[in-house]
Design a protein around this ligand. Structure first.
Ligand code: FES
Length: 71
C-alpha cells in the first residue's frame, strides 16, 4: 500500500527502513524520502514504525532520556 504519495513510498519500504535502523520519521525520510514532502503521511509513517517496534524503534525510551538526562 502506498503511504507517501509525494514520493510513492509503500508501507513495505517504511518497514524495511525500520529494520535497517530507522527510529524516527526523520530517519525514514532520510532513508526512503517518505514524509519529506508535504508531511501528510508523517503520522502514518510513525504508526508503521511503532507497529514494527519489536525490532529497532522504541518510542518510550526517548522521553525518559529527555526528562531524566542524568539516567
Ligand atoms: S504524502 Fe508523504 S510527504 Fe506528502
Amino acid at each position: 500500500m502506498i503511504v507517501c504519495h509525494c514520493h510513492v513510498v509503500s508501507d513495505r519500504e517504511i518497514r524495511r527502513a525500520g529494520r535497517a535502523g530507522a527510529t524516527s520519521v526523520g530517519d525514514v525520510a532520510r532513508q526512503c524520502r517518505a514524509a519529506s514532502g508535504c508531511g501528510g503521511c508523517a503520522e502514518t509513517v510513525e504508526e508503521i514504525l511503532s507497529e514494527s517496534e519489536g525490532e529497532a524503534y522504541s518510542r518510550d525510551a526517548l522521553p525518559l532520556l529527555q526528562v531524566h538526562p542524568e539516567i
